[in-house]
Design a protein around this ligand. Structure first.
Ligand code: MN
Length: 239
């Protein structure tokens, strides 16, 4: 069987990786390596292409990765001083892709920003700055920025628990926003000990799973996290 093509989004064109190269779309290798280990063939789909349906007809599934904050106006918020990395082109592009993936019932896997933009695309809202709404007992990013592990608790009857074969896991975490109100079609399937929403899925959709943590960061060594990519790629292979 040929490997399924997996559409993987990229960061916005704001990055300048080399001084003279101009704006640069990029994608951290961890996401692509995890898809390849699962047997998928990742293809990058950078922001700015209006053809959501054309893109999704060319690939078997869609992975939306981490990145900057969603424009707060998208979910009726006045914003917050901590909001950063907003990119209107990327928001537009990913919202179009996610709505099309729902319409087409194609496999969707969202990670970090991916869970946030999916929730907003489908009518939910976000917490603009997590440290302001929790007791601080669970750090969701390292002091000064960067990854930190925390535990999440997973609903036993969820697709997520079925995929992981577990109802808790260690989640590499690096975020300052999170879902506030889940979109009407999404069900919350995991939380951190401070109550922050860490995963959602769409029960009415064949394979729509999104997590707030970063399974790609630990999947090489943590086979539990690799299972998310394995299950996603299996769903992309179809029956
Ligand atoms: Mn977290």
């Amino acid at each position: 069987m040929p490997r399924p093509l997996i559409g993987v989004t990229t960061y916005d064109r704001g990055a300048h990786i080399e001084p003279d190269a101009g704006p640069t779309f990029f994608a951290p290798c961890d996401y692509l390596d995890a898809v390849r280990r699962a047997g998928g063939m990742p293809v990058l789909v950078p922001p700015g292409d209006p053809g959501s349906d054309e893109i999704l007809s060319a690939v078997r599934g869609l992975l939306v990765m981490g990145g900057g904050d969603v424009d707060p106006r998208r979910y009726g918020s006045d914003g917050h001083p901590s909001v950063s990395g907003v990119d209107l082109e990327r928001d537009d592009f990913e919202i179009g892709l996610i709505r099309a993936a729902v319409e087409r019932r194609g496999p969707f896997f969202g990670i970090c920003r991916g869970v946030q933009i999916a929730n907003v695309a489908l009518g939910g809202t976000l917490i603009e700055h997590v440290p302001e709404v929790t007791d601080g007992s669970v750090p969701h990013s390292a002091v000064g920025g960067g990854f930190i592990d925390h535990e999440v608790t997973i609903a036993p009857d969820s697709k997520l628990a079925h995929i992981l074969g577990a109802t808790t896991c260690v989640a590499p975490s690096y975020h300052h926003q999170a879902i506030r109100t889940a979109a009407p079609t999404l069900t919350v399937t995991a939380r951190a000990a401070d109550g922050i929403i860490e995963a959602v899925e769409m029960p009415a959709h064949p394979w729509f799973v999104a997590v707030q943590w970063h399974p790609e960061r630990s999947a090489l060594h943590d086979l539990l996290q690799q299972r998310l990519f394995d299950a996603f790629v299996r769903a992309c292979e179809g029956p």
